[in-house]
Design a protein. Structure first.
Length: 264
C-alpha cells in the first residue's frame, strides 16, 4: 500500500499543453502559419490543427457552443517558459476565441483536445498525407474553409514525425512510419443521414488525393475499410501478426476489428 508520504516522493509528471481556438474566418492565416511553424519545433513539441464546426452542446465552453473555429492543439514535454516562447508566433497570428495552453499534469492530457465526453453519433474516416505543400494547404482551405460550405464537424491534420517515424526495438503493427501527416474527417449526425455524412467526408478526403499516402493508419479507418487486414498492415507486418494470433488466439475469438486470421 502506498502511503501519502510515499506518493509525495513521486510527483505527477507535467507537460505544457492545451489549445488555441481562433475564429474560423481566419483559417487560412492560421493554417499557413502552423504549416510553416511546426517543422521547426523539436520532437518534444507535437501539434495538430483542427477545423471545428461545433454543435451547441452544454458541455462546451460558452465561446465554443455552435461555433466555427480553428483549434491549434499543443503538447510539449518541457518547461512551460520554453513552450510559451515556441508558440508565441502562433498566438500572434490572430486574436484567440479561447486559449487553454498551460502547464498541466499528465493526468489532464485529455483536456488538450477538449472533446465532449458524452456519446454523440458520428461517422469518421482518415487518410495519410505524404506531404503538405502550399498547393495542398490551399486545397484544404478550399475544402473546409469559411467559404467551402462544408458541414464536417471536425477536419484535423496531425503532424507526425519524431519517434513516430522510428521503428521500435520490438516490432509493432504501425504501418505508416515516414508519412508526415494524418488527416481525419468527422461528420456528426444520426444513422438515418449516413450516406450524406459519408459523402461529406469523402468530398474532403478525395479532394486531398494528390497528396495522399498509400499506407493507412488503422485507427482512422471506417469499418467498411477494415476488411482486408493484409493490405492495411502490409505483407510483413500481417504475417507477423497472424503468427502471434495463432499462438494466443488460435480460434479467432477476437475478430470484431481489423481482423487478422490465425495462420494455418
Amino acid at each position: 500500500m502506498v502511503t501519502a508520504l510515499e506518493f509525495d516522493l513521486f510527483p505527477v509528471r507535467r507537460l505544457y499543453g492545451g489549445g488555441i481556438y481562433f475564429p474560423g474566418e481566419r483559417m487560412a492565416d492560421v493554417l499557413r502559419a502552423w504549416a510553416a511553424w511546426h517543422p521547426g519545433t523539436p520532437e518534444t513539441m507535437v501539434s495538430s490543427l483542427a477545423v471545428l464546426r461545433l454543435p451547441p452542446l452544454p458541455a462546451l465552453p460558452d465561446p465554443l457552443r455552435g461555433a466555427y473555429v480553428v483549434h491549434v492543439r499543443i503538447a510539449y514535454d518541457g518547461p512551460a517558459e520554453d513552450g510559451e516562447r515556441m508558440i508565441a508566433p502562433l498566438r500572434a497570428v490572430a486574436p484567440a476565441v479561447l486559449d487553454t495552453v498551460r502547464d498541466m499534469p499528465y493526468t489532464e492530457v485529455a483536456s488538450i483536445h477538449n472533446e465532449p465526453i458524452e456519446p454523440f453519433p458520428y461517422f469518421e474516416r482518415g487518410i495519410m498525407l505524404r506531404e503538405f505543400p502550399p498547393p495542398a494547404q490551399e486545397k484544404l482551405i478550399e475544402l473546409v474553409g469559411p467559404g467551402s460550405g462544408s458541414t464536417l464537424m471536425v477536419a484535423e491534420l496531425r503532424a507526425l514525425g519524431g519517434a513516430w517515424d522510428r521503428e521500435p526495438a520490438v516490432p509493432n503493427a504501425v504501418a505508416t512510419r515516414g508519412l508526415p501527416y494524418s488527416l481525419l474527417a468527422v461528420a456528426g449526425g444520426p444513422a438515418s443521414a449516413e450516406q450524406r455524412l459519408k459523402d461529406s467526408i469523402a468530398e474532403v478526403l478525395d479532394g486531398m488525393e494528390p497528396w495522399r499516402g498509400e499506407r493507412r493508419l488503422v485507427n482512422n479507418l471506417a469499418p467498411e475499410e477494415a476488411a482486408d487486414a493484409a493490405a492495411i498492415y502490409g505483407p510483413g507486418r500481417y504475417e507477423r501478426l497472424a503468427s502471434v494470433k495463432k499462438s494466443y488466439d488460435p480460434t479467432n475469438m477476437f475478430r470484431l476489428n481489423h481482423n487478422v486470421a490465425p495462420t494455418a
